[in-house]
Design a protein around this ligand. Structure first.
Ligand code: 1CP
Length: 364
């Protein structure tokens, strides 16, 4: 195991473990990325996945928001993408400028499963992610914890079958309703890779793992229980064991199942320490449902960052107030990733207001 510098700020880890904190920690999904001019500068003309595969560049971009918003952000998230897992399983994924990810040969028929690599050598295929994590953890010098992540099996399956982003999910729904058994076989193949991938991220230095189920909301409550939840549960159950078998210490785990508001109760019992919420949840309602079982993370509408300063302040007060002031079992975030064209100074205002409101004592 590598020795890393001691932590100067461990608010995120304490909140994730359910310990009381002076103020709620904050970070923002997709905080390293397209709204930052320094991201475009560092990326230059490089292909997106070439940047992911370059540990030095990935480290630089991961640090950008932490340095720009010094003393405001309480976590870094490693710069990478959820689609490196399908790549490791043998699929080609390209990132098209202005269009997003594209798979030239998506899985369209159950026979296509034979094209996937069966025994994925995660350390070999994704070694560049682990190198980037170790380098970034060192460069962070203990400033804030480093988050590792993976896509959830259902979300990754959707991309692998649709061949990119989707509005109607025609192809993956065809699988779910025509080939349910083959769908489960694919979900299991992805789950096995995700467990190994997340474990190696922790061995490399990741201090919390977040699983992004960005397309959870495309499933009915009943289908979520069949095609997503069992695999999310498998990950939370197996991951700590696999981490220990590699001689490392398990870390807190977060699940973010976007759109699956109906599943909050189940997610609170799914073995994760933290449950991420999108902005369709009313904070006070979510607190009631969670009833102290997990730490909640979220959930301001990312669109509020296009609003006035007054509007942002109002939303921050409403959010933190709804989560009961946030001194326990709460992590501030947006309800989904920060979107392009947000003014980085408006993001600063958001973070400053979170720090101010989150530091107020009861009655202030
Ligand atoms: O700070 C960070 O969070 C940056 C690291 C990061 C993360 C956590 C990136 C960089 N991508 C992700 C996760 C990711 N990627 C998710 C889960 C989170 C979410 O729901 O937003 C998803 C669904 C993807 C897939 C993806 N990659 C999309 C969405 C496409 C669609 O379906 O509409 C896109 C546009 C990308 C490209 C991408 N990934 C990351 C960045 C900075 C970019 C933009 C690339 C560029 O134009 O430079």
């Amino acid at each position: 195991m590598t020795d890393f510098p001691p932590m100067q700020n461990d608010l995120l880890l304490r909140a994730a473990r359910g310990e009381p904190v002076e103020r709620p920690p904050m970070w923002v999904m997709r905080q390293a990325g397209r709204y930052l001019p320094e991201y475009h500068e560092a990326k230059g003309k490089n292909d997106f996945f070439a940047v992911c595969r370059n540990p030095q560049l990935a480290c630089t971009i991961t640090l950008q928001p932490v340095l720009r918003y010094e003393n405001l952000l309480d976590a870094a998230i490693i710069f990478s993408d959820i689609l490196v897992v399908p790549q490791a399983m043998g699929m080609t994924v390209e990132m098209l400028e202005q269009k997003g990810p594209s798979f030239p040969n998506p899985l369209r028929k159950p026979e296509d499963l034979e094209k996937l690599t069966t025994e994925v050598d995660v350390k070999k295929e994704l070694g560049y992610v682990f190198e980037a994590i170790t380098l970034t953890r060192r460069e962070l010098k203990g400033l804030v914890p480093l988050i590792g992540f993976s896509g959830a099996p259902w979300t990754l399956m959707s991309y692998m079958i649709e061949g990119g982003g989707s509005k109607m999910f025609i192809h993956v729904k065809t699988w779910v309703f025509r080939y349910p058994e083959e769908s489960k076989r694919l979900l299991q193949m992805i789950t096995d890779v995700v467990v190994e991938y997340c474990a190696e991220q922790v061995v490399a230095g990741a201090q919390l793992i977040q699983i992004f189920d960005s397309w959870a909301g495309e499933l009915s409550p009943s289908d979520f229980k069949t095609f997503s939840l069992p695999y999310l549960r498998q990950i939370s159950k197996r991951l700590p064991e696999v981490i220990k078998s590699k001689g490392a210490e398990p870390v807190p785990m977060t699940v973010f199942a976007k759109g699956a508001w109906y599943a909050l109760d189940d997610l609170c019992d799914s073995g994760y320490d933290v449950v991420g919420l999108d902005w369709l949840h009313d904070p006070a309602e979510a607190v009631k449902i969670a009833n102290g079982r997990v730490t909640l993370q979220g959930n301001m509408d990312p669109g509020a960052l296009y609003g006035t300063r007054e509007a942002i302040t109002h939303e921050v007060e409403r959010m933190i107030g709804g989560f009961g002031g946030g001194k326990q079992k709460y992590i501030v975030n947006l309800g989904h990733g920060i979107t392009p064209l947000v003014d980085p100074e408006d993001m600063r205002w958001f973070l400053e207001e979170v720090k101010r409101v989150g530091s107020l004592q009861e009655g202030e």
